[in-house]
Ligand binder design. Structure first.
Ligand code: MN
Length: 435
């Protein structure tokens, strides 16, 4: 019997705020344990929480980017449970009035794992969301051989929880969902979503049913058995009216990956695939735009970035953010090639030199003396000289021996010491020989 998997995800995302959700302690990954704490995030009796407005804004921004409905009034609740890394014995979270509901994450081909990209079951699938709410993270336990240590630096840092509808049908789709979501969160600047630092953590619910069965199988989440969270409104925090906040945040909504991909195709005539690769990495997309904005053929810029530049960067273990070739310098190089000042082959050498030394293409071309001769009258003179000196190949060409054109072309390039632009030479010779 064949089975269908139905997967729903619960994603916790650490927000990139400077301070914690309800106090002024700093948010910093990797700091010396227990150096970013205060009575509030340690849960000492009598300490009162104060709302971090930027965390609210970032959550609303996420909601706007994902097309959610933003609640007009939202409130915070206490979710009670005992856990050694949570001394208050409750987590401040949101229960029945979360900041955002509904919304969706559009999947796209490149978001899937490489080997699954050719076999996408539902192209352009959109994964719908149930809600996004804001809560505080707990401390982090470290289990040593004979003891457990607790680091409260993470306690009380703002955590956004994003819950999907159970609409994913394969691990590949779940992968694509997380990739697409991460990309949007990076675009919005709300999180660095580094999974190795725990900045994005994902729980999943999987239900399995026979293919012939329409209704979903039972969803079972095995967690915190024996508990009832006994949610109740946090009496220390007033409900939040979002109207002013939403108006504020609306201006911060960036161009999203899907729109950027479409614009790159439209504005720069790059292929949808190339647009996808460029928009996949916000820094790469910015680099491309900076290089392509004045380019005659932006598509050539894209080719250089996606092939040569990416190759040397990865070979050097660098990223686009510390690329030694500024985008304007790449544009200059591509222009030299497109205008026939240097050949494509010479361009590769100049490029390697630029990457190694950070010097400009023009300076390298000048120093190496490799500028191609593209001056029409100069090439015409060379062609005349060669035609005069080689009557036999000229006669051969005129009686139909096309191959002798290559011989003549070679002679022109030879007497130009390799500098004559081969394409121009070919054109001029043909014109002269046919007249
Ligand atoms: Mn949660």
């Amino acid at each position: 019997m064949n089975y269908i998997a139905t997967i729903g995800l619960e994603v916790h995302v650490q927000l990139k705020t400077r301070s914690k959700m309800f106090c002024a302690s700093a948010v910093e990954f990797g700091a010396e344990p227990n150096t970013h704490t205060c009575p509030i995030c340690l849960g000492l009796p009598g300490a009162l929480p104060v709302m971090n407005h930027e965390a609210l804004r970032m959550t609303v921004l996420t909601g706007l980017m994902l097309g959610c409905d933003i609640a007009l009034i939202s409130k915070f609740d206490r979710k009670n449970y005992f856990y050694p890394d949570m001394p208050k014995n409750y987590q401040i979270s949101q229960y029945d009035m979360p900041l955002c509901t509904n919304g969706r994450v559009p999947l796209y081909d490149l978001a899937y794992p490489k080997d699954a990209q050719k076999n996408i079951v539902t192209p352009d699938k959109e994964v719908h969301l149930v809600r996004i709410h804001l809560e505080e993270d707990v401390a982090k336990s470290f289990h040593f051989e004979n003891s457990t240590g607790i680091d409260f630096n993470r306690a009380g840092t703002p955590l956004m929880e994003i819950v999907t509808q159970p609409e994913l049908n394969s691990p590949e789709e779940a992968f694509a969902f997380l990739t697409a979501l991460k990309q949007i969160l990076i675009y919005g600047g709300v999180s660095d979503v580094d999974m190795e630092k725990g900045q994005l953590r994902c729980d999943c619910n999987v239900s399995v049913r026979p293919e012939s069965q329409a209704e979903l199988g039972a969803k079972i989440e095995i967690k915190n058995l024996n508990y009832d969270y006994r949610y109740f409104p946090d009496p220390d925090l007033v409900p939040v009216k979002t109207e002013v906040l939403v108006a504020d945040v609306r201006e911060r909504v960036p161009e999203l990956p899907k729109a950027k991909r479409a614009r790159f195709v439209e504005e720069y005539q790059v292929s949808p695939y190339d647009a996808g690769v460029l928009a996949n990495d916000l820094e790469l997309a910015k680099y491309f735009e900076a290089a392509a904005k004045d380019a005659r053929k932006p598509k050539n810029i894209a080719n250089w970035i996606l092939n040569d530049l990416q190759n040397v960067l990865s070979a050097a273990g660098r990223t686009i953010s510390d690329c030694p070739i500024p985008p304007e310098a790449l544009d200059e190089l591509v222009n030299l090639i497109d205008n026939g000042k240097i050949s494509g082959k010479q361009g590769k050498e100049v490029f390697a030199d630029m990457f190694a030394t950070g010097r400009s293409a023009a300076a390298i071309v000048k120093e190496k003396g490799i500028e191609q001769l593209s001056d029409l009258s100069a090439i015409e003179a060379l062609c005349d000289e060669v035609i005069k000196a080689n009557p036999k190949p000229v006669a051969d060409f005129r009686t139909g021996n096309v191959a002798s054109l290559n011989f003549l072309k070679g002679q022109v390039i030879k007497i130009s010491k390799g500098k004559a632009n081969p394409q121009l030479v070919g054109e001029i010779l043909q014109r002269k020989l046919k007249s």
